[in-house]
Design a protein around this ligand. Structure first.
Ligand SMILES: Cc1ncc(COP(=O)(O)O)c(C=O)c1O
Length: 376
């Protein structure tokens, strides 16, 4: 098994050395600083491991259930703390999919499942979200795609990259589809808590015996560098299998990641932090919507949740060369081309990152860059 590079990561690797002056499409809230946590940190904390539980700090697992609304529905033994949602997805996919199994995924969607499924030698079945339908997941097509061969369904809710949200009743229908064939249903919730026009959707770990919820502190809380995420699943075998694979990759959790995430998810911190993230995200989204409205060359379906969405470029403008053009002088503005999501006529727009990403200036340069690019 060899894992091959995806176009999204390829673009990030190729552009890491660039020094943009603005970023349009930043995908996480402004990050707190280490100093914000110092008062609560114990200087005598041993830096070996948590000394208590291979599946994560017990109080952190309680917080994870609370933020997902799963208190009293799932128990801490249903939770495994991981190195981000990325490792959570990795462990769950690698331990459930075998060569020739089928996995149903959405496109556009978070590419990790496809990359891993291909490495395993599983068959990938894609269900397309179309822009004409506001990037909604067509449930009739999903139902057709799920067969007796389906071992896993992988979705992100809210969806990366479109910001669409599956609501309670849609998720219930999807659970029924999965249950009919006994498939695992993995829903990645990294953007949960940043809904702009409706409630947070329920987590599938609380709805289905084979429901797997993954998430992390990376997006809403902006704590990506902690590398702290989780799997929640009521199936004890799945959690055990994930612990076994983790023992053979990162072995145990990064203790600082666990301890700081535990502080960040305490109710007296989590509530205000998410309120701040939502206020900043909402303000930037209003700004972005006004900007898109004012620029005829671009359009987008404003995300219903999360910090990113796909902007449509004028016909004939290819996103990859355009993104590279915009990164060069004099624009020095970074954005992710839609080619990273098999949407080559789109760019990823976003509203995260706070003041550090210089969004207002980035939008001015994006408009100028697009104008100049088309005139060449
Ligand atoms: C849908 C989705 N899943 C997982 C990840 C990985 O996040 P983490 O930092 O929690 O590993 C990302 C990051 O962009 C994401 O957008």
């Amino acid at each position: 098994m060899k894992v091959k590079i995806h176009t999204l990561f390829q673009y990030l690797l190729e552009t890491t050395q660039s020094t943009p002056e603005a970023i349009v499409g930043f995908s996480l809230s402004q990050s707190p600083r280490l100093g914000d946590f110092l008062d609560e940190l114990d200087p005598d904390l041993p830096l070996d491991w948590n000394n208590r539980d291979f599946s994560g700090l017990p109080e952190l697992k309680e917080h994870v259930l609370r933020q997902a609304g799963l208190e009293g529905i799932c128990t801490p033994k249903d939770v495994l703390i991981t190195a981000g949602a990325a490792e959570a997805n990795y462990l769950a996919i690698m331990q459930t999919l075998q060569p020739d199994d089928e996995i149903v995924i959405e496109t556009p969607g978070w590419p990790q499942a496809e990359v891993l499924a291909k490495a395993i030698g599983a068959n990938v079945v894609k269900v397309t979200r179309s822009e004409a339908n506001n990037w909604r997941l067509p449930l009739d097509e999903l139902a057709e795609a799920i067969t007796q061969c389906t071992k896993m369904i992988f979705l992100s809710n809210p969806n990366n990259p479109t910001g669409d949200v599956l609501d309670d009743s849609e998720l219930r229908k999807i659970v029924q589809m999965a249950d009919r064939v006994g498939a695992w249903l993995l829903v990645d919730e990294v953007y949960a808590g940043l809904e702009w026009d409706g409630p947070r959707a329920p987590s599938v770990a609380g709805m289905y015996a084979r429901g797997i919820t993954t998430g992390s502190v990376s997006k809403g809380l902006g704590l990506q560098g902690l590398r702290t995420g989780w799997i929640i699943c009521p199936d004890a075998g799945l959690i055990h299998d994930a612990v076994i694979l983790r023992e053979n990759s990162s072995e145990i959790m990064n203790i600082m990641g666990e301890v700081i995430a535990e502080i960040a998810l305490r109710p007296d911190r989590y509530g205000p932090a998410m309120e701040k993230a939502r206020a900043e995200g909402r303000a930037n989204l209003d700004q972005m919507n006004a900007w898109v409205d004012a620029h005829e060359a671009l359009s987008w379906v404003s995300p219903r949740a999360g910090l990113i969405g796909l902007g449509r470029l004028p016909e004939g403008v290819e996103s990859d060369p355009f993104a590279r053009f915009l990164l060069g002088d004099p624009y020095r503005t970074f954005l992710l081309p839609g080619s990273a999501y098999d949407e080559p006529n789109h760019i990823r727009l976003g509203v995260g990152g706070g003041a550090a990403v210089n969004l207002e200036e980035g939008l001015i340069r994006l408009a100028q860059g697009l104008h100049d690019y088309q005139k060449r």
